[in-house]
Write a protein that binds this ligand. Structure first.
Ligand SMILES: [Mg+2]
Length: 144
């Protein structure tokens, strides 16, 4: 089976939009292999060049969870920590806590466990965290 070779295939014309369309419509989701032509490259290499579906999925999860943190912060800024949806449910504080945990879990997927060092490096994350701690005070006006 021919493997997709990233930019080389895109630039030399061996992969085109029509191929992509056909594969996407008949893909075996368990293998991400095109079912209309087994010799075609797996769809996971064609969705976004240089990223596998697994990498895209981990990044999408992180983006989604960061968005949910932003949403929770927005609710707190508008309605306060103890407010909650009129129909009930968790407080905005609890929502923010939950979403911060979701972000940490998404980061774990990118930087720890079986993917450690594959997507992003946890050591560099921690180093950046320390740098931020050392600099942030001078830009804060109300933190004592
Ligand atoms: Mg979430």
């Amino acid at each position: 089976m021919r493997r997709f070779n990233g930019a080389r295939d895109l630039f030399n014309g061996s992969v085109n939009d029509r191929e992509n369309e056909m594969c996407k419509s008949t893909v075996d989701t368990s293998t991400m292999q095109c079912q209309c032509d087994k010799d075609k490259p797996p769809v996971d290499s064609l969705v976004i060049p240089f990223l596998s579906l697994a990498e895209v999925e981990r990044l999408a999860l992180l983006a989604e969870e960061c968005g949910e943190v932003i949403q929770a912060v927005g609710k707190i800024l508008r309605h306060g920590y103890e407010s909650r949806h009129p129909d009930g449910g968790p407080t905005n504080r609890e929502l923010l806590e939950r979403e911060c945990g979701d972000v940490l879990a998404a980061l774990d997927l990118l930087a720890a466990g079986q993917y450690a060092g594959k997507d992003i490096d946890s050591g560099r994350i921690q180093a950046a965290r320390q740098v931020k701690h050392s600099k942030i005070g001078r830009y804060l006006h109300h933190q004592g």
